[in-house]
Design a protein around this ligand. Structure first.
Ligand code: ZN
Length: 152
């Protein structure tokens, strides 16, 4: 295991054990629900949009450690960003988990920063949905709160 793998593992343990931005958000003006029936992960996402800026974001719900770590780190990653930037991050995160792990990382991939910690999840296909659920739910909330997303 390299030092970087160790740092990534600790990030996931830390956020999975103590998720940030958890709880309801008063004054939220965008919401969506997400559910991963394969694992049982479930969340409700609350976003306070100011124009095209994600001013505040929080979630309720629970699931496995990968889900909790991903939801926690997603909220930290997109808070204070423009909606267009959040969508680009989601695209890069999705590529990270679904495309060849041997490919060259682009500048957009490198912009994932701490989120690169999830690259190893790709080796466990059943866990990919746990890691992407919060992001799919984010996209649904930004698209106007489609009633619910399911990764099935
Ligand atoms: Zn899960």
């Amino acid at each position: 295991m390299t030092d970087l793998d160790e740092i990534y593992r600790e990030l996931i343990l830390d956020h999975g054990g103590r998720p940030r931005n958890r709880g309801e958000l008063s004054g939220a003006n965008a919401h969506a629900n997400g559910h991963n029936p394969v694992c049982g992960d479930r969340l409700r996402l609350y976003i306070k949009l100011a124009g095209d800026m994600i001013e505040e974001i929080a979630f309720t719900g629970d699931g496995c450690q990968i889900f909790r770590a991903s939801a926690s780190m997603m909220t930290e990653a997109v808070k204070g960003r423009r909606v267009s930037e959040a969508r680009r991050l989601f695209d890069a995160f999705h590529r990270l988990l679904t495309e060849s792990p041997e490919r060259e990382l682009s500048a957009e991939d490198e912009a994932l920063g701490k989120l690169l910690a999830f690259a190893g999840v790709q080796r466990f296909p059943i866990r990919v949905k746990c890691a992407t659920l919060a992001w799919h739910t984010l996209a649904a909330a930004l698209d106007g709160g489609r009633p619910a997303v399911s990764t099935e």
